[in-house]
Design a protein around this ligand. Sequence first.
Ligand SMILES: *Cc1c(COP(=O)(O)O)cnc(C)c1O
Length: 232
Amino acid sequence: MDAGSSYLKLIKEVEASCKEANRAFDSVCVCAVSKTVGIDKVLEAYRAGALVFGENRPDALMEKHDQLPQATWHFIGNIQSRRIDDIVGRATLIHSVCAMRHVEKIDECAAALNIAQKVLVEVNVSGEETKSGISPREVLDFLHEAHAFSHVQICGFMTMAPQGDPAYAREVFEQLAYLKEFACSHADESVAKRITELSMGMSEDWHEALRAGATIIRVGRAIFSEEFSTNN
Ligand SMILES: *Cc1c(COP(=O)(O)O)cnc(C)c1O
């Protein structure tokens, strides 16, 4: 299947899952994670209607953004401070902010471009040592401190669930959704009113994430890998 057909198949499934979960289809953004493919595959998905793409490396983000500037690009990878100026402005949303030094540097770059950079705070809900993200306990302080940086707009939270255990993944997603509610009711009103997004769920677990309230699902292989789409 080409990436366009896989994308359309996924969209049908997302639509059905939304119905099942009693959610509006347009309450979920599908971020097509194109990190493993070239611009030809990106174009196949784009022609089928995909509008939002996710990249995890600054070089690939720059290259593909230049090749298809009319699409919306999200940055979902680990952030290195020295590459932040390549990401700010190109990425409409940065999913993976997890240190105040990121916020500081993003603010500086966004100020130079005279924009407000939208970001999500990555939270390590499961507490696995190999995963990045701040701990749930740190979220309120982080939001409070980041609020001082006027060119950074925190729009919500992102997490990665442990792989291979859907029930556990669901629990992690529900915890992130709870954390969003908690943050919205405990942060300053000016901070809380902007917190609307929950980026969670990938090819193997987006169904669980959607049921738990994801507003952005990040799907790579289900769109771009032949192998994945043949086996599922
Ligand atoms: C690669 C990646 C995805 C997509 O994963 P798939 O299993 O290919 O759907 C989602 N989020 C992040 C942060 C990733 O690095």
